[in-house]
Design a protein around this ligand. Structure first.
Ligand code: FAD
Length: 522
C-alpha cells in the first residue's frame, strides 16, 4: 500500500509539472505543500551525501536536503520551521569542509547552498571595479576560487585568503578566514563591508557596520548561529601578477618566532612580505617522512638533518607580490629583508609563480593526496590561537614533549597574527590576554585508517589538557565543544551577548545545530 501511495504521489506530482518529494516522517507534512517543496529531497541518496563532512568522524542524516534557487527560498523554509508547531533544525552547508559535523542537521533540513549559484540569470559574483574602493558582491555559496577568478578579470582581488580555496564565502566568514595575509589585513571577516543574511526567523536583512550592525557583527565569525549569509560585499585591491615565494629553515624555535614577529611588524613599510606563515616539522616525521617536498630535495633535507641534529625543524613561509616590471626591485627588497633574518645559513628556498598559482597552491597538494588515496580520510584537526607570551612554553610542552616521539600523518602550521587587526565586536574569538600578537597553531592530522582516530583524538586532548594545566589560554579556532559549558568558557565575557543575539535572531535555535552551541530555544 505504501509503495502504491508513493507511486501515485509521484505520478500526480509529475502530472502537476513538478516532481514533489515524498514527505519525511520527521518533518511536518505541510512543508511538502509549500511552493518550495519541489526543491526538497528526502531520498536516501540525497540525505546520505549531507550526513558527513571533510572530517569523516561524524555521521548524522538530515530528514531532507533543500536546494534553494534564491535566498527568498531559504527565508521561506526557515519561516515555515520557525512558525511550525514542531520546528526543525536547518543547517546551511557550503562545501561541508568542516570536520566535526558543524554543517549537519540531524533530524532537520540541510540547505545545499551550492544550488543558489546554479542556473541563475543574474550572476552571483559581481565586481564593482570603478570607484576608489573596489569591491565584489559574492553569494554566500560561492567558492573563493571562483571569487578569485572573477575579480582577477578586473585586475583586482580580495586581500586575505585561506590556504585552500574550495571553501565557500559563507563557510569561511562564519569562522573568520585566516591565512598568511591576515597579519596585514586581519582575517577575512575584517574585510567585509556588507552582508545579506536570512535570520533564524526567516527575515531577509541587509547589514553593515552602520546598518543593523549587531547582526553584521554577530554573523561574522558567528558559526552559522544568527543567520544564513547569502551575500557578502568584500573589499578588493589591485592584484599582483607574480609572487616570489620563499621558505626558510630554522632549528631553533626562539629564532623562528622572533623572525616571524619581526616580519609581521612590517605591515605598512615599503619593504615587507605580503604573506607570512610557518610550519613545524616534528622530529620523527623529519627523519622518516618523505625525502623530498615541493621546496626541498632529498639532499637538502639530509643536509638540514645533519646540521641540526634532527631536532624539530621550523620553516617560515613568506611571499612578496610583484608585477613583471618590478622584478629587479623585488630581488632587492627580498635581499634587504632576508639580511635581517637568522635562518639556518644557506637554507633559503625560493620559487617564483603566478598570483593564481600561489593562492591555489593547496589544490596541487590535494591532487597528490587524492591520487594517493589519503585525502578522503578522517581528519581530527585541532586549531588553536596561542598568545605570543606562551608560544615557547607551548612549543616546549607540545612539540618537544607530548608529540616528541609521534609521527602522525599531516602538517602543523604555526604563524603569528596582529591582534589589533581583529574587531572584537565580531563573534570570532581570539585569546583575551594582553598580548598584541597571537599564533595560529594548526595540527592538521590525517588518520590513515579509522583505527588511528582514537589515538589522534587522545593526542589532541592531551594538548588541550596541557594548555589548561599550564594556564596557557589556547583559544580554539574552528572550535568544537560537546557541552554548553565549553562554549561559555570559549566565549567568556562575550557569552551573555551571544545568548542575547541568539534570542533575537534565532530564538528557536534552528540554525547550524551541528555546532552544538544551543540545543533548545533561547
Ligand atoms: P561548511 O563546512 O559547509 O560549514 C561550516 C559552518 O558554517 C557550518 O556550521 C555551516 O552550517 C555554516 N555555514 C555554511 N555556509 C553558511 C552561510 N552561507 N551562512 C551562514 N553559515 C554558514 N580555514 C581558515 O580560516 N584558513 C585556512 O587556511 C583554512 N584552510 C582549510 C583547508 C582545508 C583543506 C579545509 C578542509 C579547511 C580549511 N579551513 C581553513 C577551514 C574552513 O574555513 C572551514 O572549515 C569552513 O567552515 C569551510 O567552509 P565550507 O564552505 O565547507 O563550510
Amino acid at each position: 500500500r505504501f509503495v502504491a501511495i508513493a507511486l501515485l504521489t509521484g505520478f500526480l506530482s509529475v502530472v502537476a509539472g513538478q516532481l514533489r518529494p515524498m514527505p519525511s516522517a520527521g518533518l511536518p507534512g505541510d512543508l511538502f505543500g509549500l511552493g518550495i517543496a519541489s526543491r526538497i529531497r528526502t531520498d536516501h541518496n540525497s540525505t546520505a551525501k549531507a550526513s558527513t563532512d571533510f572530517g569523516q568522524m561524524v555521521n548524522a542524516a538530515p530528514e531532507a536536503v533543500f536546494h534553494p534557487a534564491t535566498p527568498a527560498d531559504i527565508a521561506e523554509l526557515i519561516r515555515f520551521s520557525a512558525s511550525s508547531a514542531a520546528p526543525f533544525p536547518v543547517a546551511p552547508r557550503g562545501e561541508g569542509h568542516s570536520w566535526r559535523g558543524q554543517a549537519l542537521a540531524p533530524g532537520g533540513v540541510v540547505v545545499d547552498m551550492s544550488s543558489l549559484g546554479r542556473g541563475h540569470r543574474a550572476p552571483r559574483i559581481n565586481v564593482s571595479a570603478a570607484g576608489a574602493e573596489p569591491f565584489v558582491d559574492a553569494g554566500g555559496e560561492q567558492l573563493w576560487i571562483d571569487v578569485l577568478r572573477a575579480t582577477l578579470q578586473h585586475g583586482l582581488a580580495p586581500r586575505v585568503w585561506t590556504d585552500y580555496l574550495r571553501l565557500t564565502v559563507g563557510g569561511t566568514l562564519s569562522n573568520a578566514g585566516i591565512g598568511g595575509q591576515a597579519f596585514r589585513h586581519g582575517p577575512q571577516i575584517a574585510n567585509v563591508q556588507e552582508l545579506d543574511v536570512v535570520t533564524g526567523t526567516g527575515e531577509m536583512v541587509t547589514c553593515s557596520r552602520d546598518m543593523n550592525s549587531d547582526l553584521f557583527f554577530a554573523a561574522l565569525g558567528g558559526l552559522g548561529q544568527f543567520g544564513v549569509i547569502t551575500r557578502a560585499r568584500i573589499r578588493l585591491e589591485p592584484a599582483p601578477k607574480r609572487v616570489r615565494w620563499v621558505r626558510l629553515a630554522y632549528s631553533d624555535v626562539a629564532t623562528f618566532t622572533k623572525d616571524q614577529e619581526f616580519l609581521i611588524s612590517k605591515r605598512t613599510d615599503q619593504i615587507k612580505f605580503d604573506y607570512v606563515e610557518g610550519q613545524v616539522q616534528l622530529n620523527r616525521s623529519f627523519i622518516e617522512g618523505p625525502k623530498s617536498t615541493p621546496f626541498f630535495s632529498g639532499t637538502d633535507l639530509a643536509r638540514l638533518a645533519s646540521k641540526t641534529g634532527s631536532a624539530a625543524i621550523y620553516y617560515i613561509e613568506a611571499a612578496m607580490y610583484y608585477t613583471e616590471d618590478t622584478a629587479i626591485l623585488v630581488d632587492k627588497k627580498m635581499k634587504a629583508l632576508l639580511d635581517h633574518l637568522s635562518f639556518e645559513k644557506g637554507f633559503v628556498f625560493t620559487k617564483d609563480v603566478t598570483f593564481l598559482q600561489f593562492l591555489d597552491r593547496v589544490r596541487e597538494e590535494e591532487s597528490v593526496l587524492r591520487s594517493a588515496g589519503v585525502w578522503e580520510v578522517p581528519h581530527p584537526w585541532l586549531n588553536l590561537f596561542v598568545p605570543r607570551s606562551r608560544i615557547l612554553d607551548f612549543d616546549n610542552g607540545v612539540f618537544k614533549a607530548l608529540l616528541k616521539d609521534a609521527n602522525p600523518a599531516g602538517i602543523i602550521l604555526m604563524y603569528p597574527m596582529n591582534k589589533d587587526m581583529w574587531d572584537d565586536r565580531m563573534t570570532a574569538m581570539t585569546p583575551t590576554t594582553n598580548d598584541d600578537v597571537f599564533y595560529a597553531v594548526s595540527m592538521l592530522w590525517s588518520a590513515l585508517s579509522m583505527d588511528d582516530v582514537p589515538q589522534l583524538e587522545r593526542g589532541n586532548k592531551a594538548v588541550l589538557d596541557f594548555c589548561y594545566q599550564q594556564g596557557i589560554e589556547c583559544k580554539q579556532y574552528l572550535p568544537h565543544y560537546t557541552s554548553q559549558d565549553g562554549w561559555q568558557q570559549h566565549f567568556g565575557t562575550k557569552w551573555s551577548k551571544i545568548a542575547e543575539l541568539k534570542a533575537r535572531y534565532d530564538p528557536q535555535a534552528l540554525l547550524s545545530p551541528g555546532q552544538r552551541i544551543f540545543s533548545k530555544p533561547v
